[in-house]
Write a protein that binds this ligand. Sequence first.
Ligand SMILES: [Zn+2]
Length: 311
Amino acid sequence: MSEQKRGLVWLTPRVAYLPGAVNTGLLAGGEGRSVAVDTGIDGEAARKLRRAAEDAGYRIAAIINTHSHADHCGGNRWLQDRTGAPVFCSPLERSTIEHPILEPSFLFSGAAPPPALRNRFLMAQGSRVEAGWVEGLGGEALRSLAGVEAGILELPGHAPGQLGVACDGVLFCGDAFFDPEVVDKHRVPFFADPARGVATLERLAALSLRLVPGHGHPVAPDAAGRAVLDYNRSTLLRLRREVLDLLGEPRTEESLVAALAARTGLEFANEGLYYLVKTSLQGYLSWLADDGLAQSQVEGAKVTWRAVSGR
Ligand SMILES: [Zn+2]
């Protein structure tokens, strides 16, 4: 079924992906037009996708971003400058794609981010997003674009407004799940909202679609594919239990990050990694608080978290 052509792997006669540090997708439409799903981290990644598309006889007429992280939309500007392709995404992710400073700012409590967070891994070049395409999207929708019929699914969790793009039985999932090796490497995979991330993983497991993640290999709708999704789901549930366990005594968020890192064997190679893990931790704290299992309070000059006793 799959055919290698200048790096493109065709999963169906109309749907291909270009494997890389970040997988990008190509949906072939009518009259030599195509839709790119994500554009990679920079202009070089976008150039490779455009070259592969052109070698296969397609020009890129539109871009859909699964979410606003720089490694998925960093090639938008390069591609948009050369093709004029409009960009589509969810309303929530749109603001960051248009104003990339919001990604490092998001990780820094919304404040102006320091230089250590203003790098190409956390801050793309900005690109224009076409107005109105997925505004008001609730759940699923079928969209027609450049001769391509694509299903759009909301897949929140890793990023709050993450989308999946479905065509011909293939679903490009962004970072809704990771290869088990990637999960093991990251120890605490980034999920801004792990509660909704688990719900998304359960939804994906119930679909009969081949799933293409942003990083790693596609999985089929079979037992092996479900095992990959279940590994992600059980990792999030285990991390929730770890965080709850650490709340047996009052702790600040800083102390929780250090304790979680010690438990999971995580070492922070740079500040970006630290803030990604801290943000995920905060997602677990909100989840536990929503379920009535944890609460925060101001103690002197600190905010501390603890488990709710008697639960
Ligand atoms: Zn991401």
